[in-house]
Each structure stands twice: as structure tokens, then as C-alpha cells.
Design a protein around this ligand. Structure first.
Ligand code: NDP
Length: 441
């Protein structure tokens, strides 16, 4: 920790894992002797680079690019790229670290990495985004490859950006390979990849509820975000008969008492994916919905202060603090399935666990996205395409298997039903054993 004193998000992610796996290290001292934890928290490689590009006015702009290749013990580095002004090395390292455990849980042979830039795609023209992506790839291509590192999307990186990145990679390497996932269906993408993270988080929620003999039917749900993960979380919740009341973006949130049905969801997909507008326009189109702008001066997020049964945080890290967690508990919430990465702060997690909430951390609940990315890699290698039903049923069975392995590990190490410990322990053991097999490298 002393080595990187300003990397607070990275420290937060590492601290949680260290606390969870302490009983594993106590029971298996060989992991300590082999320095597994010391090696796990040091990335195998970090690449940081200048990304110069020209805006539509002819002005040269410069952003910073990153790729953190965290751990390749069980397969090539795999993890998304984030384009957002908040991106820095700490956020890249926390995301890459989480990715190592998440990918291990999927049962697929993929290591962990993450990358991105402090570039903000909001308000940029398609041509500006294309020039940025091309410049970004002009440096990054040296470190990628289908057997080395296979990035995907994340915040600010969707189908458009993956297309521009892939186009430049192909030109530079003179090869057409499965080097990125989240590709368009016409050129190597997998069915269900856009849906996978949101659907997976709902499948995981259903598994957790089934341990209390319940289902999602008729459950009242709060969802944050309005991007890829939030949209497909709502789609699957609607299919399963639940009712979603909220959505947000970084400017504010909407509360729709009537529920966000499929027709309203279609509008959100148009608003966010085509028009690239703001969520407050939802309340202009559906005047019975109430829009509340975010107020940086308050100590809580009002989105989390409504009566509900289940919650799907699907925007960004640290969006639920202790006060928000307490508000959720007071409002009757008993299940939280994290679509976003690390959306709940540590003292918020403690409140969920103390109140016996069914709480799934992102590294388990949102693993569906990378799982289907892994399935996209398999289809690319085999030069075939599976049907929608085939991919969705594989996704569902992977989420069931992650749920089962989290529960099993939580029981084996004395905290039954604690999905935080379960996910950290199950992921850790798989990666640690693989590192032991491969020697000190
Ligand atoms: P998108 O860019 O599609 O959507 C992100 C959403 O979150 C937008 O509504 C955005 O609002 C909002 N948001 C972003 N930053 C903030 C912030 N600082 N405060 C409030 N709202 C914010 O990204 P995704 O849906 O792909 O990703 C959402 C989360 O899910 C992230 O944590 C990501 O790491 C995680 N995740 C995504 C996976 C995937 O397959 N896409 C896989 C696994 C995890 P605005 O438009 O105003 O920025």
C-alpha cells in the first residue's frame, strides 16, 4: 500500500480481497511462502501512453491511454476499456484487479486486465471519436493479440468505439483475428454479448432469491445508470415480471412510479444509444416520471431512497455510501445485485451484510459480460456462430455455476451466504493454484 499511496480505489479493492482470503492463507501456508498475494497485487505489465488527436476545429488534443495487464495465470489478459474523464491509474488497477477474480469465476480460461483513457466521448462527433480511437490503437496494438490480450467495452466504449478500434488494429497488424470482443455481428461478434452483463446480473439475482424460495416476479426494483448494463438489466427484469422504477446518468435520475416497461425502454435505448441524450429527457417524454438533478452537496443519493425489494446498481464505482445502504435497508430492500464494478463502498457493504441482505458483489454478479466475451473468443477460434438461445443458455448456466461456487466457498471458509467472501475465495484459489503450478514468474 505504501508503494502507491494515492491509489485509493485500488487499495479499496485489494483490502476487501485480503480480508476475505485471510482464512485461506492461514489454512494453506504454501500460498504465503510462494508470495501469491504480493504477486497478485503487482500488475504483470502497465502501459501508459500519449493519445494525440485532432478535433473538428483542427485543434490538437492530447489524452492519456492505459492498459493494465494484471494477471495471465489462467489465460490471456481480458477486460474492458473505459473512456471517461475520471480514468486514472488507480481506477485502471482496481478494475484490472477485480477482473482477475471475476474471470476466474466464469470457468473460462481468461486472465485479467483493464484499460482505457481519460477521453470523454460525450459531446464529440463520430469523426472525433474515430480519430481518437485510431490514435489510441496506434500505440496499444503492440501489446494485444488473440493469445496475449483481448480487450472489450466498458463505460464510454460500446459498439461504435469497438468498431473503430478493431478497424485500426486490423490495418496495423494486417490480420483479422478475435482481438477485441463486443464486435458487431457482421464481423465476428456474438449474439447476446450486448445483453450479457445486464442479463447475467439478473440471472444471479434470481439464483440468490431462490435460496429464500422466491423469484423476481412482481418484485419492485431500483436500477442506476442508463447505459449498456442498465438497459439490459431492465429488459430481463421486465421479461421476468419485475417492475423497475428508476434510471440515472451522471447528471441526475428519474423515478417512474408506473414502471419502465418495454416501450419506455425502447425510448431509453434510442435516447442513449442513438441520440446520445440525457436522462432528464425521459421525464420530458413521460411527464408522470420525476427527474431529480444530482446535488454534489448532499451526503446521500436520493435514487437509493425509495421503497423497493431489489436493487441493481449499474452505473459506476462507489455510488452507494453507508447512508445510501442504510436508506435502502430502511426502505425494505433485501437483495442487491451489482451490475457495476465496486458500486458499494466498504461501510455500505457492512450494512448490507449486518442486515442479512442478499448481496452479490460485482465481480460475481456482473461476470456475465466477460463470460460471453469468452464465448465470443471461442466462436471466433472455431469460426462458427452459436444461436441466441445457445449463448443465453450458456450464460445462464455460467451464472448458476458462479453462484454455486461462491456459496460453496463461503460455507467451506465459515461464512455461509456471504457472497463477498465466497467470490473472493473461489476466484483466489483458482488463480493462486495456477500461479503455484507455473512457478515464480
Ligand atoms: P455505459 O457507458 O454504457 O453506461 C454507464 C452509465 O453510468 C451511464 O448512464 C453513465 O452516465 C453512468 N455513469 C458513468 N459514470 C458515472 C458517474 N461518475 N456518476 C453517475 N453516473 C455515471 O457503461 P456500462 O453500462 O457498460 O458500464 C456500467 C458499469 O458496469 C461500470 O461500472 C462497468 O465497469 C460495469 N461493467 C460493464 C460491463 C459491460 O459489459 N459493459 C461488464 C462488467 C461490468 P453518463 O452517460 O452521464 O456518463
Amino acid at each position: 500500500m505504501a508503494r502507491d499511496p494515492f491509489e485509493k480505489e485500488f487499495h479499496q479493492a485489494v483490502t476487501e480481497v485480503i480480508e476475505s482470503v485471510k482464512p485461506v492463507l492461514d489454512r494453506n501456508p504454501e500460498y504465503r511462502h510462494a508470495g501469491i498475494m504480493e504477486r497478485l497485487i503487482e500488475p504483470e505489465r502497465v502501459v501508459q501512453f500519449r493519445v494525440p488527436w485532432m478535433d473538428d476545429q483542427g485543434q490538437v488534443r492530447v489524452n492519456r491511454g492505459f492498459r493494465v495487464q494484471m494477471n495471465s495465470a489462467i489465460g490471456p489478459y481480458k477486460g474492458g476499456m473505459r473512456f471517461h474523464p475520471s480514468v486514472n491509474l488507480s481506477i485502471m488497477k482496481f478494475l484490472a484487479f477485480e477482473q482477475v477474480f471475476k474471470n476466474a469465476l466464469t470457468t473460462l480460461p481468461i486472465g485479467g486486465g483493464k484499460g482505457g483513457s481519460d477521453f470523454d466521448p460525450k459531446g464529440k462527433s463520430d469523426n472525433e471519436v474515430m480519430r481518437f480511437c485510431q490514435s489510441f490503437m496506434c500505440e496499444l496494438f503492440r501489446y494485444l493479440g488473440p493469445y496475449t490480450d483481448v480487450p472489450a467495452g466498458d463505460i464510454g466504449v460500446g459498439g461504435r468505439e469497438i468498431g473503430y478500434l478493431f478497424g485500426m488494429y486490423k490495418k496495423l497488424k494486417n490480420e483479422f483475428s478475435g482481438v477485441l470482443t463486443g464486435k458487431s455481428l457482421n464481423w465476428g461478434g456474438s449474439l447476446i454479448r450486448p445483453e450479457a452483463t445486464g442479463y447475467g446480473s439478473v440471472f444471479f439475482a434470481d439464483e440468490m432469491l431462490s435460496t429464500r424460495k422466491q423469484s423476481l416476479k412482481d418484485k419492485v426494483c431500483l436500477v442506476s445508470g442508463s447505459g449498456n448494463v442498465a438497459q439490459y438489466t431492465i429488459e430481463k427484469l421486465n421479461h421476468l415480471g419485475a417492475k423497475v422504477l428508476t434510471l440515472s446518468d451522471s447528471s441526475g435520475y428519474v423515478y417512474d412510479e408506473k414502471g419502465i416497461d418495454d416501450a419506455k425502454l425502447q425510448y431509453i435505448m434510442y435516447l442513449k444509444n442513438v441520440k446520445r441524450g440525457r436522462i432528464k429527457e425521459y421525464a420530458e417524454k413521460y411527464p408522470k416520471a420525476v427527474y431529480t438533478a444530482f446535488d454534489a452537496g448532499t451526503d446521500h443519493n436520493p435514487l437509493w431512497n425509495h421503497k423497493a425489494d431489489c436493487v441493481f446498481p449499474s452505473a459506476t464505482q462507489n455510488e452507494i455510501n453507508a447512508k445510501d445502504a442504510q436508506n435502502l435497508v430502511n426502505n425494505g430492500v433485501y437483495m442487491v445485485s451489482e451490475g457495476a464494478n465496486m458500486p458499494t463502498m466498504p461501510d455500505g457493504i457492512d450494512i448490507f451484510l449486518d442486515n442479512n441482505i442478499l448481496y452479490a458483489p460485482g465481480k460475481a454478479a456482473n461476470a456475465g459480460g466477460v463470460a460471453v466475451s469468452g464465448l465470443e473468443m471461442s466462436q471466433n477460434s472455431m469460426r462458427i456462430r452459436w444461436s441466441r438461445q445457445e449463448v443465453e443458455s450458456r450464460l445462464k448456466s455460467i451464472m448458476q455455476s458462479i453462484h454455486a461456487s461462491c456459496l460453496l466457498a463461503s460455507e467451506e471458509y465459515g461464512t455461509p451466504g456471504n457472497y463477498v467472501n465466497g467470490a473472493n475465495i473461489a476466484g483466489f484459489i483458482k488463480v493462486a493454484d495456477s500461479m503455484m503450478d507455473q512457478g515464480i514468474v
